[in-house]
Design a protein around this ligand. Structure first.
Ligand SMILES: [Fe+2]
Ligand SMILES: [Fe+2]
Length: 345
């Protein structure tokens, strides 16, 4: 459908339209909106901001997009840790570009969330007060330069596996943001792979450093796909709404199958003795994930939870003057006098 026209242009936003219609009229309208929404989702059409949507669909999207946006900006921290210590100008330039991309991803996603009627201030406030989450993966430390490579290869790689299907998400603004994000994530994944390849083919110490980073990042990367399908609270409904297209376990399996041959090309080993090709399934079998660790990190007891949120709050406070200046600049340029001046110039 056209992206600019609301699905129900003449429809009231709520069932109480002030016309004094009785409750059965309101119920009938509500049912008609729901039916139109269901039909649009079933037909793989996009739901746009001004279309009617169930409250729970809106709330699910806000929760997911906010968590995604928060992950992008918190995710800048572990890698920014290495910008000043990158081993060459080339590596430094690449890493700076990558970390800036992550800030941009946060901006696209906060904008997508705003189309659902929530303010950016409100979302950031929820992040800072711990009422909304970000991906647990960013609560692990970056101990060596090789961690920058392992994050690019594995963490950005897992993010791509998760996000490519989101380009077909039923909510238009989220799906469109994902198209651009995925293109940039693909560059991030390649830079990580290329960095690890250089280390793996380098000296013995460099090879060992690359292997150590992969050993530490492999399992947390598998946890990025979320709990097993049997325990995933929101999965079934999200798939019915076509926000999500594949289950957590399906995506995790896809990621493992992609990584195994890449690890071989890198000359590195994935730290799982149970990892092997299963001819019957046509997939790799892999060992059990330590979900206790996942739950601990989720509850705030990971190695860097405290540090990440403290640094985020500090960055937000220190940026207050930039937000105030930008708001003052915008107000100045949107006043009628400024518009007249602009035209005369
Ligand atoms: Fe990103
Ligand atoms: Fe990325």
């Amino acid at each position: 459908m056209a992206t600019s026209a609301p699905r129900h242009p003449a429809a009231p936003r709520t069932t109480d339209d002030g016309t004094g219609g009785d409750s059965s009229d309101a119920e009938a309208r509500s049912a008609a909106f729901q039916a139109a929404f269901d039909a649009a989702v079933a037909a793989d059409e996009r739901i746009e901001p001004r279309d009617w949507m169930p409250d729970a669909y809106r709330a699910t999207l806000v929760r997911q997009i906010a968590q995604h946006a928060h992950s992008e900006i918190i995710g800048m921290q572990p890698e920014a840790n290495w910008i000043t210590r990158a081993p060459s100008l080339r590596r430094k330039a690449i890493l700076m570009a990558k970390v800036q991309d992550e800030a941009g991803h946060g901006l696209y996603l906060y904008s997508a969330a705003e189309t659902l009627g929530v303010g950016r201030d409100e979302l950031l406030d929820k992040l800072h007060s711990g009422r909304q989450k970000y991906s647990s993966i960013f609560n692990y430390p970056t101990l060596t330069w090789a961690d920058v490579g392992a994050i690019g290869w594995l963490v950005d790689g897992a993010a791509i596996t998760n996000q490519v299907p989101l380009c077909r998400c039923s909510y238009g603004p989220y799906a469109r943001a994902m198209v651009r994000v995925c293109k940039e994530e693909s560059f991030h994944q390649r830079q990580g792979y290329e960095l690890l390849l250089a280390l793996s083919r380098g000296t013995e110490a460099q090879h060992a450093m690359a292997q150590d980073a992969v050993d530490r990042w492999w399992w947390p990367s598998l946890m990025m796909f979320g709990p097993p399908d049997t325990e995933s609270a929101h999965s079934a409904q999200s798939m019915a709404w076509k926000i999500k297209r594949h289950s957590n376990d399906e995506l995790r399996q896809r990621f493992v199958d992609i990584c195994v041959p890449q690890a071989e090309s890198l000359g590195l080993t994935l730290p799982d003795p149970e990892l092997r090709w299963n001819e019957e399934r046509g997939h790799h079998d892999f060992g059990a994930i330590d979900w206790t660790e996942f739950q601990e990190v989720l509850k705030g007891r990971g190695p860097c939870n405290e540090q990440r949120i403290t640094q985020r709050r500090r960055a937000h406070d220190e940026g207050a003057w930039v937000r105030e200046a930008a708001a003052a600049h915008a107000a100045k340029h949107s006043s009628p006098a400024a518009t007249r001046e602009g035209r005369a110039a």
